[in-house]
Ligand binder design. Structure first.
Ligand SMILES: [Zn+2]
Ligand SMILES: [Zn+2]
Length: 225
């Protein structure tokens, strides 16, 4: 006799999965920060995703009355919103007779503006999306967190790449209310840390179009989709 046992994830499984997703998310943040930010800046990372005309109605911050990519003017709209590369990809898809160029992030519906689909662009705050708190109550960095930050930044000073005498710097200084939240921490060497001192950081906003890119083919498939 065979018994069908449903696979219910244990608390441990759930915990490990959440940790893993968070770590991937942190890695993504660090990669984007390296590409777009100096060590004196604090980066706000937004993910942009396509929504269909039905799903946009249930989006809690829906102030949109007109689609960002309208079916009537989709070539210009895509170029204006997402750049030339995305526009060229969409034109190729249409020429090949493809059924879609994007998928709705919420319901998975295929979206082809040349077939009349209206596309809305929704912004997600990276931390919000993964339910990672933007602030923590504490200001001091635990040993475990220090290890994690060092590992994510490849054990290098974020400013100069030095690998010796690293400490964890608060981007917004503790003296100005900076907490030990992940996005406020970075590894700096002694020299860069002294140079930075208690100077105030500048906020940088970066918008990432990963939801609009070609579908990934490696093991990370599905993570951000
Ligand atoms: Zn949808
Ligand atoms: Zn340094």
């Amino acid at each position: 006799m065979y018994l069908l046992v449903p696979e219910v994830p244990s608390r441990r499984d759930e915990y490990e999965q959440t940790q893993w997703v968070r770590e991937e998310c942190y890695r993504f943040y660090v990669a984007q920060r390296r590409a777009s930010c100096t060590y004196l800046q604090l980066m706000d990372l937004w993910l942009r995703a396509p929504y269909c005309s039905e799903c946009i109605l249930s989006y809690p911050f829906n102030f949109k009355h007109f689609p960002d990519i309208s079916s009537a003017n989709w070539e210009e709209d895509i170029e204006c919103q997402l750049g030339e590369e995305a526009s060229a990809r969409a034109k190729d898809a249409e020429a090949e007779g493809a059924s879609s160029v994007f998928q709705c992030k919420r319901c998975g519906k295929d979206l082809a503006p040349w077939n009349g689909d209206e596309i809305y662009i929704v912004h997600y705050h990276l931390e919000e999306h993964y339910q990672i708190p933007l602030e923590t109550a504490g200001r001091t960095v635990s040993k475990g967190l220090k290890r994690k930050i060092l590992r994510l930044y490849d054990n290098k000073c974020f400013a100069c790449g030095e690998t010796k005498n690293l400490h964890i710097d608060h981007v917004l200084p503790r003296a100005s209310g900076g907490t030990a939240a992940f996005r406020n921490l970075q590894p700096l060497c002694e020299r860069c840390g002294q140079k930075k001192g208690d100077s105030q950081p500048e906020e940088v906003e970066v918008y990432s179009d990963i939801y609009f890119g070609p579908y990934p083919s490696d093991g990370y498939e599905g993570l951000f989709w």
